[in-house]
Every structure is written in structure tokens, then in C-alpha cells.
Design a protein around this ligand. Structure first.
Ligand SMILES: Cc1ncc(COP(=O)(O)O)c(C=O)c1O
Length: 368
């Protein structure tokens, strides 16, 4: 009876696409186009269209895309970038890699995204950019952030690693800022079969320099205009992503089906359920609930073979790697509370209704 519910099931997504993916990979092998190549070029065009953007530059990871985005804005040592402590650490890696300092601003209790009303107080003469995250697939409240950016002449870079196809006021995220970074890590809403990422922008000059920086700072082989990186996307990943992108809109609809079903089944429990702001259409990368007794709820789910995960157990300002920033416990109460209380339930497009019902049932048992 009660079958285990995996937290994530990448096999279920791969199975119906397997023939098409095998053929796409075979084509890449036949072409010997292992680094960049025609499949990556085609994917860049298709993903730019998906984001309603002029340019997509494919990278070997979301982290490298964000790194290059900050480099392109000439953010460097001595500079500050305003960002969120509630995210995967790679958001802040981008800031650290260019030698700048992350300056954190606390998050909203309902959406877990950076709070626009706290940004202005954090701006100093050293602030060079604002880097919010569309966390768990829910867009950050962009309009007030853009207004502050305009007022202080600061560029906005979106960390859209978890938010492919999420909409803010009806428009897909990714071009509200001057650039955005996407991740195609396998578990993402659009996942490669390995590492992958993209920088998306409407700015032609930035896109051109991003292409050069990802390829050893060169536009012509063996001529290097500036110190660059090997941040190229692999040909096979471009081929896989090209196949998968055609399904992304349908997959997002399925994620939203699962989320709505959870809402229905879990309302009335003591859990705080994910909030979708009126301006937002979440891509539901994760379905994150919250409860003060989170750790025991997690144990209960695991004991009943229902997968779950923590995103994220320790906010960035309290990570050992960022001890030198001088933050302490209590500095960002909402983010710290989220880290203590949040629990991610299984969500993926292929989840059956029976799996959603079973998960909700086990959650409810905890409270009876
Ligand atoms: C919010 C966020 N930013 C950045 C990244 C970095 O992406 P990648 O793992 O592709 O380097 C990720 C994903 O891992 C992420 O979730």
C-alpha cells in the first residue's frame, strides 16, 4: 500500500523523453560538438525567446553566469552588493568572486524573498548593485526594487536560478534587471543532465562581452582581449536542454497543479503554506511549508517514507565562510526563523495526485 513518495523523481521526467534525448545526444556525438556548438546556439535562441529577452548566453553553471554578470557591471574589491541571506550560497559566491562584499537585507515572512522596503537603508556609497533572488520560484516584488535602483542609479541583477517561467505582473522574470542568471542544475525546473546555466539580458553589448568572458576572454581563437574564464556550456547539455525546454510550460502548469492541490489538502492545518503574492505567478520550484516543530515534522515524514528537504538550514550571514562579514545571530530575524521552520515537500510535474494526497495525509497525521 502506502508507496514511498520520493522528494524528487528525475527518472519519471526522463522516461517519456528518453528516445528524443538519446537522439539529441547522439547528434551531438556525431557532430563532435562537445563544447558550445550548434545545439547550444539553438538552445540560446530558444531560451531567449522563452524569457522574452534579446539574448541568452549559455554557461556551464548558474554560478558562473551570476559571476560574469557582476563582472560586467564592474563590481569589484571595496564594492558592496545588496542581496538576501535566504538563498543558496551561490548567489553570494558571485559577489565574493568579484571581490565585493555581500550586504544582506532581511526577507519577507510570507514569500521568503528580499524585502524591498529594507533596501534603501542598506545603500551606502560603496553599493554597486542589487541582487535579489526569485526564491523557490516565487518572483521578488520587482517594481519597488526597480524604483529604488532607478533613484540611486544602481543596476539590478536577478537571480532567477529557481524561477524559469515565473511571472511578475504577467511577464516572465529575467529581463526586469539589466541581467539575470539562470541555473540548469538537474533538479531545477529546467534541468540539464549535468551542470548548466545562462545569462539573460536585453543589452547587446553586455551579451557580447559575456560570450567573450565565458570563453577565455576571446572572440577570435587564441586572441584574448581580457582575462576570461572557461565557463562554456557543454554541447550535450545544450542538446538535452533543447529537448526539455519544449515541455517547460506544461511542466510549470503541472507544478502549479501540485501546489494548488497541496493548498486544498493542507489548509486548516497549523502549517504556514506558500503564499503567492497578487503580483506573482510562481514557478513552484519548491513547495515550502513552515512550522515551529519543523524538525519533528521532518522526522515524521521520513519515518513514513515521504521525501522532504531543507531550503535552507542556515542563512548565509551565519555561514562559516561569511564569518568575516561580521554579522551575528539576530541580525535578520525573518531569515533566521525561516531557516528554523521551513520544510520543502515533494513537488515535480510528474507527481501523481495519489502521491500528493499521500504526502498531505502523512503531514496531517503529524498534527493529530
Ligand atoms: C538561488 C540560486 N542561485 C544560484 C544557483 C547556482 O546555480 P548552479 O548550481 O547552476 O551553479 C542556484 C542553484 O544551485 C540557486 O538555487
Amino acid at each position: 500500500m502506502n508507496e514511498p513518495v520520493p522528494y524528487l523523481d528525475l527518472r519519471a521526467q526522463m522516461a517519456p523523453l528518453r528516445k528524443e534525448i538519446d537522439a539529441a545526444i547522439a547528434r551531438t556525438l556525431d557532430n563532435c560538438s562537445f563544447c558550445l556548438g550548434p545545439d547550444v546556439v539553438q538552445f540560446e535562441k530558444d531560451f531567449a525567446r522563452f524569457c522574452e529577452a534579446e539574448h541568452c548566453v549559455a554557461f556551464n553553471s548558474g554560478t558562473s553566469a551570476l559571476h560574469v554578470a557582476l563582472l560586467l557591471l564592474n563590481v569589484g574589491p571595496g564594492d558592496e552588493v545588496i542581496s538576501t541571506p535566504s538563498t543558496f550560497v551561490a548567489t553570494s559566491w558571485a559577489i565574493s568572486y568579484v571581490g565585493a562584499r555581500p550586504v544582506y537585507v532581511d526577507t519577507d515572512d510570507a514569500t521568503f524573498c528580499l524585502r524591498p522596503d529594507l533596501i534603501e537603508k542598506a545603500i551606502t556609497k560603496k553599493t554597486k548593485a542589487v541582487l535579489p533572488v526569485h526564491l523557490y520560484g516565487h518572483p521578488v516584488d520587482l517594481d519597488p526594487i526597480l524604483a529604488i535602483c532607478r533613484k540611486h542609479n544602481l543596476p539590478l541583477v536577478e537571480d532567477a536560478a529557481q524561477a524559469h517561467g515565473a511571472k511578475y505582473k504577467g511577464k516572465v522574470v529575467g529581463t526586469f534587471g539589466v541581467m539575470s542568471g539562470f541555473s540548469f542544475y538537474p533538479g531545477k525546473n529546467l534541468g540539464a543532465y549535468g551542470e548548466g546555466g545562462a545569462l539573460v539580458t536585453n543589452d547587446t553589448a553586455l551579451a557580447a562581452r559575456a560570450r567573450s568572458l565565458r570563453e577565455h576572454g576571446s572572440t577570435q581563437r587564441y586572441y584574448h582581449d581580457e582575462v576570461g574564464f572557461n565557463y562554456r556550456m557543454e554541447g550535450i547539455q545544450g542538446a538535452v536542454l533543447g529537448v526539455k525546454l519544449k515541455h517547460l510550460e506544461a511542466w510549470t502548469r503541472e507544478r502549479r497543479r501540485v501546489a494548488h492541490r497541496y493548498h486544498e489538502l493542507l489548509k486548516g492545518t497549523p502549517l504556514q503554506l506558500p503564499y503567492e503574492a497578487p503580483y506573482a505567478e510562481s514557478a513552484y520550484h519548491l513547495y515550502v511549508v513552515r512550522h515551529p516543530d519543523r524538525d519533528n515534522l521532518k522526522k515524521h515524514l521520513e519515518a513514513n517514507k515521504v521525501g522532504c528537504a531543507l531550503h535552507y538550514p542556515l542563512p548565509l550571514h551565519l555561514q562559516k565562510c561569511y564569518a568575516h562579514l561580521g554579522y551575528k545571530a539576530g541580525d535578520f530575524p525573518a531569515s533566521e526563523k525561516a531557516a528554523r521552520e521551513c520544510l520543502s515537500l515533494p513537488i515535480y510535474p510528474e507527481m501523481t495526485d495519489a502521491q500528493v494526497v499521500r504526502t498531505a495525509e502523512v503531514v496531517k497525521q503529524f498534527f493529530t
